[in-house]
Design a protein around this ligand. Structure first.
Ligand SMILES: [Zn+2]
Length: 193
């Protein structure tokens, strides 16, 4: 049993509904401390199973973890675009596109006539397609553009922007926004030498 505390388990600005999975995935690493719950199988396994990305009883291989980390950085690049960043680098989103291209979907119709799409297959690669379905739905219902990455380059934490004008920039004003603003302020007001 591990006693590790993960920053991503408590979000100051949580995303609604299934988008919370995208946020949680991106926030499996704290870039400032380097703490990464996908760095080894023991830490990654419980989180992956809990979030439906790994079959219960399976253990992720080193190659699986590499794919997960690459996909995570692809997702971060996508939400950085929502924060006003430029179009994501093709190389950064290539692992995510590979998930899209190699995955298979199955449509289902429930007894009330509602249609849903589910990712087919049990491998991590197949299950990752679920993330793209979440993004697709969020792009349709308008919530996707509020999923952003913190403007602090050392942070890049994924947060959901609930500000009224949707102009939120920081994962947290006190820890990121103020820190950077004070740094900028000091830089501008440094006495001439
Ligand atoms: Zn931040």
């Amino acid at each position: 049993m591990t006693s590790t505390q993960w920053l991503g388990d408590i979000e100051a600005k949580p995303a609604p509904g299934p988008l919370r999975l995208i946020q949680a995935f991106i926030n499996t690493i704290d870039l400032e401390s380097g703490q990464d719950r996908l760095a080894n199988a023991d830490d990654a396994r419980p989180w992956l199973v809990e979030n439906g990305l790994l079959a219960p009883g399976s253990v992720p291989t080193a190659a699986d973890l590499r794919v997960l980390i690459d996909v995570r950085e692809g997702l971060r690049a996508l939400v950085m675009t929502n924060s006003g960043g430029c179009t994501p680098n093709p190389a950064t989103i290539a692992p995510l596109r590979a998930v899209a291209e190699h995955g298979a979907l199955r449509a289902s119709l429930d007894e009330r006539g509602r249609v849903s799409l589910v990712a087919e297959g049990d491998s991590i690669g197949a299950r990752l397609l679920t993330l793209l379905l979440v993004i697709k739905d969020a792009q349709l219902d308008g919530t996707w553009t509020h999923m952003k990455a913190c403007a602090n380059d050392d942070c890049r934490w994924a947060f959901y922007d609930r500000s009224r004008n949707h102009g939120g920039t920081w994962c947290d004003m006190a820890t990121c926004g103020n820190k950077l603003k004070n740094r900028d302020f000091r830089a501008r007001h440094r006495p001439p030498r």
